[in-house]
Design a protein around this ligand. Structure first.
Ligand SMILES: [Cu+2]
Length: 472
């Protein structure tokens, strides 16, 4: 049977423009304690909900957490956060190893105007964390205001929350959190052109274990749901993958050369994001410590509610990331995926690295210099044309009821107008007995097979109701 659709446009669209920031624009519904960010405030490009570290999900938190991230009205990420964070010491010296907590905000120096709300920062011109201030290979600058003369002052104070800065062509969220003497910076930049840059910095407030070479590992977790329809596909270097997998950045790669990239996309709309490692992400090889705690850079998993990492329980001494708990053969086809991305730094003490080095052959001490890592997420496909104010409405004139043979396959042929007009949205939903089907727009003329189930009325068929357009 053929699905007939009509495209409503013109006057109806004009009438709807007035409520473009209502249901049409898909403003994310933030549920307390989530806070809404809309940037810019008129004609928004980015919308999302955010949570400070102490209110983030996961065992002992997940740092600065973002939810329901929308770009130009289209859902991109259900959730983005950093739920696994580690420090490990060479040959078990010093603190041996830790799984650090991520739920204790540490003050950052920020213009009062941007503390917990969107505005322009004037003094200082950008929020400052311990990592931003770090300059000395052997000295820490302490906690906020990081020995900065003139601060705090009437304009800027040490604020234990999130700074949200309008930078003109981008919006930036900055947080910092303690794990004892460590001061971790988590910063997210959302560019007007759609790029997303998460940056993580590994700072230190008092110089503890300055004398022991050690590594830090941060794992971001990105719950992609492009277009919000639970229909994501993941590729690695352009080849789609069917099941969960782990991966490493090419050890011989470089930021401008042969590095691997991964992409998550909605195969219907063509919109998606490519995950491109940052330059500094390549500096530290996987498991450089040799302790076997962190063996992969990427894990792509099927999303499960309440699964925020390899373990639901936090233990300070769980120093190894258990990838088998996450990557275990589930399908990642046409679903919501959780993309884990790890990057690490080495804080090297004097005359200590590489192992066995002497004098000038050793890496210069840099243990108190804060290092930053992070990938770039680059948009794929056409996002601009789908401005929510000009979203095409696709309508089925009225619900239709069909009868189809019980427990048999039937086929739906999609009209070409539906296929081109629907974009990312679901064309229709079919409810046949107790079973419902989503009818996705596919290539014009392509046939989608579905199977009904259960006994039908009078034993001759299953009543199917076609309704619910477009996608919720
Ligand atoms: Cu360190």
């Amino acid at each position: 049977m053929r699905i007939d659709v009509i495209v409503l446009s013109g006057l109806l669209l004009a009438a709807r423009a007035s409520d473009a920031l209502g249901s049409d624009a898909a403003v994310p519904e933030c549920i307390a304690p989530e806070r809404l960010l809309v940037w810019p405030e008129s004609d928004p490009v980015w919308m999302m909900c955010w949570l400070p570290p102490e209110e983030s999900a996961g065992p002992r938190g997940s740092g600065l957490e973002l939810r329901k991230v929308h770009y130009r009205g289209h859902p991109v990420l259900r959730r983005a956060h950093a739920p696994m964070l580690f420090a490990e010491y060479r040959e078990g010296a010093g603190g041996d190893c830790y799984r650090d907590w991520k739920d204790q905000s540490a003050p950052i120096l920020a213009d009062i105007a941007v503390q917990g709300r969107l505005d322009f920062a004037v003094d200082p011109p950008q929020a400052i964390t311990a990592c931003d201030r770090s300059r000395d290979p052997t000295q820490s600058y302490g906690a906020c205001p990081f020995r900065l003369d003139g601060y705090p002052n009437a304009n800027a104070t040490c604020h234990g929350g999130v700074a949200i800065e309008d930078r003109g062509d981008r919006v930036m969220l900055t947080s910092q959190y303690y794990a004892d003497w460590y001061l971790y910076t988590s910063r997210w930049t959302f560019h007007a052109d759609g790029r997303i840059e998460p940056v993580f910095g590994f700072g230190n407030s008092n110089g503890t274990f300055n004398s022991v070479t050690h590594w830090h590992h941060n794992y971001w977790r990105l719950e992609f749901d492009i277009d919000g329809v639970g229909n994501d596909v993941v590729s690695r270097d352009g080849i789609d993958r069917a099941t969960e997998f782990s991966d490493v950045r090419d050890p011989h790669g470089s930021a401008d050369g042969e590095s691997r990239t991964w992409a998550v996309r909605n195969p219907v709309s063509g919109r998606g994001y490519r995950i491109v490692p940052g330059d500094t992400d390549y500096r530290i090889a996987t498991d450089e410590s040799g302790r076997g705690f962190h063996l992969v850079d990427v894990m792509v998993t099927r999303q499960h509610d309440l699964e925020y990492g390899d373990s639901p329980n936090y233990d300070l001494w769980d120093c190894a990331m258990d990838q088998a708990a996450l990557v275990d053969g589930e399908s990642i086809e046409r679903t919501v995926v959780a993309f884990y991305y790890r990057a690490a730094v080495r804080d090297t003490t004097k005359n200590d690295w590489p192992p066995g080095c002497i004098g000038g052959a050793c890496v210069a001490q840099d243990s108190m210099l804060c290092k930053q890592v992070g990938p770039v997420l680059v948009p794929l496909g056409h996002w601009e044309a789908s401005d929510p104010r000009r979203r095409i409405r696709v309508a089925v004139p009225r619900p239709k009821i069909f009868f189809i043979p019980a427990a048999a396959s039937f086929r739906l042929r999609l009209g070409p107008r539906c296929a081109t007009a629907c974009g990312q949205v679901m064309c229709s939903r079919w409810v046949c007995g107790a079973t419902s089907f989503a009818q996705w727009p596919v290539s014009p003329g392509r046939i989608t097979s579905v199977t009904s189930g259960g006994p039908g009325r009078n034993g001759v068929g299953v009543p199917c109701t076609q309704s619910a357009w477009p996608a919720p």
